[in-house]
Design a protein around this ligand. Structure first.
Ligand code: ADP
Ligand code: MG
Length: 413
């Protein structure tokens, strides 16, 4: 973080964090995203700043819906500060609007090392609309802005775009690390570089596959439902499995680029169910897992995971890698036994990391698959805090939230 500590003494520092956490029975169910901001908060509080935190939570769409209130975050924030041994004054919460005199008075009453947590940014429709009026109200609260919400930086919202363009802005430590690790992954991967992509939608990930190949990926292993669109592009039948028909042609085009087909590794076998998923996308009650021996999927079958031969092939590629990027589960891993492929990949990546490879993971469901495999996040070199932001960065896009801070005249990234 490019902040001169003498610069923040007694100053008001506005920090955009990603506290978009799950709330259960009025409590924060998982404090990981709060914990992830502790390095930045420690620097600011040790420097005697007055810290003002802003975040979104859920999708209230400009309405004050109580279930999306940031209030439950206060207790989790205090617990996280204590467990990370970060010295702080008091934590106050203010549910008043960003333009209100009440909020300004609360800010004026803050002392050094105090923290103010503001109410949900998305209670104000101006946040998602990238409204300069909201940004001006936010900017008026503080002397310096710190962008530490990596998971929100692929969106051009008031707190990620308009605001940093208006005031002295720097990246926080969480964002600095994300940009550094993901940037180096694309710029200087140590060969062999293996990427593992999964999940449902080819449309979400084809740009990432393309850019990973450009960045020098030696192999791209494709599992999950998106692999069926690739198989369909190669002329295989996919039965009742999820296929994005509109994306068969773009996939064919990608596969026809010289050298690409040799680098992309697809499923050689599958595990599925007889019949289709139900209307909500869930596995119907009583469905049993059936193996599919080859790449082509019979008409009656809906494939839900990579099969044992594919697991062996994917693990063999991971075992050779010095750099690994993984995003997207290999199957419908929420339901056993369709979690086997994802668990096998998680274990192989963790093992290879132990042997010295660099591994970078991203995606909410990918992180869930890691926990299902019984692995801790420190089994990997870097677990990204972004979902969409991580994928868009890997696609080679300049994130709006990066451009806005980097473009601030007084900011040095
Ligand atoms: P991430 O959150 O890690 O970026 P995605 O959201 O792209 O991952 O994809 C995860 C979802 O993909 C999971 O909900 C998983 O159940 C689903 N999925 C993966 N493979 C299949 C499959 N073969 N059939 C149905 N759903 C699948
Ligand atoms: Mg997901």
């Amino acid at each position: 973080m490019d902040i001169d500590v003498s610069d923040i003494n007694n100053k008001r520092v506005l920090v955009r964090v990603d506290y978009n956490v799950a709330i259960k029975d009025g409590r924060v169910a998982e404090p990981k995203r709060i914990d992830a901001t502790m390095p930045t908060l420690k620097v600011l509080l040790d420097g005697n700043a007055k810290v003002i935190l802003i975040s979104h939570l859920g999708r209230p769409k400009g309405k004050k819906e109580p279930k999306y209130s940031m209030r439950p975050v206060v207790a989790a924030l205090e617990a996280s500060l204590r467990s990370h041994k970060v010295a702080f004054g008091k934590v106050v919460f203010c549910d008043e609007a960003f333009a209100s005199p009440g909020l300004r008075a609360t800010v004026a009453a803050l002392g050094p090392k105090d923290i103010l947590l503001c109410e949900n940014l998305r209670y104000d429709a101006g946040e998602e609309a990238d409204d300069p009026a909201l940004a001006r109200n936010l900017a008026a609260l503080a002397d310096i802005f710190v962008q530490d919400a990596f998971g929100a930086m692929h969106r051009a919202h008031a707190s990620t775009d308009a605001l940093p363009k208006m005031m002295k802005s720097v990246f926080g430590l969480l964002v600095t690390r994300e940009l550094d690790v993901l940037g180096r992954l694309l710029r200087e991967p140590k060969a062999p570089f293996v990427a593992v992509l999964g999940g449902v939608k080819v449309s979400d990930k084809i740009g990432a596959i393309d850019n990973l190949l450009k960045a020098g990926a030696d192999k791209v292993l494709i599992g999950g439902a998106m692999s069926y669109t690739f198989l369909a592009a190669q002329g295989h039948t996919c039965g009742r499995s999820l296929v994005q028909k509109d994306w068969i042609e773009p996939v064919k085009k990608l596969l026809s680029v010289k050298g690409v087909a040799d680098k992309i590794v697809l499923c050689e076998d599958h595990v599925g169910i007889e019949g289709a998923l139900d209307a909500s996308g869930a596995v119907p009650k009583g469905a049993v897992a059936v193996p599919v021996a080859g790449a082509s999927i019979p008409a009656a079958i809906c494939a839900l995971d990579i099969g044992p031969k594919t697991i062996t092939r994917f693990v063999a590629e991971i075992e050779k890698a010095n750099t690994i990027f993984w995003n997207g589960p290999m199957g419908l891993m929420e339901v056993a036994p369709f979690d086997r492929g994802s668990i096998a990949v998680a274990q192989a990546v963790a093992q290879r990391t132990k042997e010295g490879a660099k591994s970078v993971l991203g995606g909410g469901d990918t992180i869930y698959a890691v926990s299902k495999a019984g692995l801790k996040e420190d089994s990997f070199t870097h677990v990204s805090t972004g979902g969409g932001a991580t994928i868009e960065f890997i696609e080679g896009k300049v994130l709006p939230g990066v451009r806005a801070v980097a473009g601030t005249p007084s900011a040095i990234s």
